[in-house]
Write a protein that binds this ligand. Sequence first.
Ligand code: F6R
Length: 240
Amino acid sequence: MKIIKVKNYDEMSDKSAEILASVVKAEPHATLGLATGSTVLGTYDRLVEMYKRGEISFADISSFNLDEYVGLGGDSDQSYVHYMRKHLFCRTDFDLKNTHLPDGAAENAEEECARYSALLAANPRRIQLLGLGSDGHIGFNEPYSPFDGTTHVAELAESTISDNSRLFERLDDVPRKAITMGIAEIMQARSILILVSGAAKAEAVRAMVNGEVNESCPASVLQRHGDVTLIVDEAAAGLL
Ligand code: F6R
């Protein structure tokens, strides 16, 4: 794992946007694996700025997101499809028909998982962007998710529900389930870029980088991937 230590969130975002932009410039038809959450917001802001300056275009880029809450569709402000349109897709020249997320509002979530998994199999990702959960999750693969898992309905851990409740009015409003790309599918990306900021994630970073590779820390599986870049700020790197 290549580790890039930076001072703070802003430097992390500068560096990650630079890496993603270099992929988009070199391979304008690339397929990207994308994430939501607070960590990647600064990266998306910088990509939007580069687009506005005419430095990059997403017109021929395809994307596949990691996850979506079960029960939430595009009409919900809390859905990840809404988040992606608001923070990246609709601020740039992404063609919405080339952007993909699991459909949280699908009538049959199991069928939706199978549909999304087949799409992923047919569309290898050039680079997968990841954040890290304070419990070591990647996507919504919580501790003890199998390393060979594909897209599935995941029950969110209590710590994840509480971490994500800041984006909802009440704790009870946070969905308990999500459709998530499985660990095996995350690992299929040619390269992986994982961003971590803040002291609350320091223990998860330690377990991911220096811990044993096992399902108690889902992100530890990244030690087995040949092309992973971790960008970590000083606070999150505190236990390395
Ligand atoms: C988001 C995702 C999650 C987040 C993780 C960190 O699509 O799959 O794994 O990356 O929960 O979230 P933040 O960045 O909000 O701390």
